[in-house]
Design a protein around this ligand. Sequence first.
Ligand code: B16
Ligand code: MG
Length: 217
Amino acid sequence: QITACLFDLDGVLVDTAVYHYKAWRDLANSLGIDFTEEDNERLKGVSRVRSLEIILEIGGQTLDQEKMLALCEQKNTEYLKDVAQMTPAEILPGVVDFLKTLKQEGMLIALGSASKNAQLILERTGLLGYFDAIIDGRHVINGKPDPEVFLKGAEALGVQPENCVVFEDAVAGVEAAKNAGMRCVGVGEPETLAMADIVVKDMTEMSVARLRELGQK
Ligand code: B16
Ligand code: MG
């Protein structure tokens, strides 16, 4: 039986990937590295430092720890300029209706995101009030596909992993959910998210009936 839903942020509730891409591309270009939208797919669900490591790998460069932290800081400052302009209009389709339904059904709701800016983004988009617990990049040591972020979410809600459903758009995130022993709804393409129990295009395709079905699986 499903009693709790754990949501990833970027790609599931809002599309911050476009802002991440813009900020990383500018930074990569300043280092003389070409960084395409296709390359950006590799950064989804991945931590900030790991994202920079991937960009440096693409460019065949290495930098010392101190320089890397400075560049992460620089990227985040640019990224936050866009986040500051975010509004509820940027919430992805079906999200608000589905969250409202879950609340009515007495379902517990948590956030499980790699982002250290998650709380701010939820505030800017007016989604914060729906969440009973928030676990994000500030609370975890091991990034997805490690299950830590979702296990901590379940713990904060006081529920067992087998009673949780995770909503994820990134392959590493789906793996993290499965590693946590949870059901997983993939958000995106079935070919890419094959490990998920079901895959939806977006939250307009979700309903309480589908959640219950998932609980029977
Ligand atoms: P920040 P999610 C992830 O969010 C993004 O998908 C990923 O691209 C980003 O690098 C990561 O958050 C860290 O974000 O720099 O804000 O701490 O999909 O786990 O909600
Ligand atoms: Mg995501």
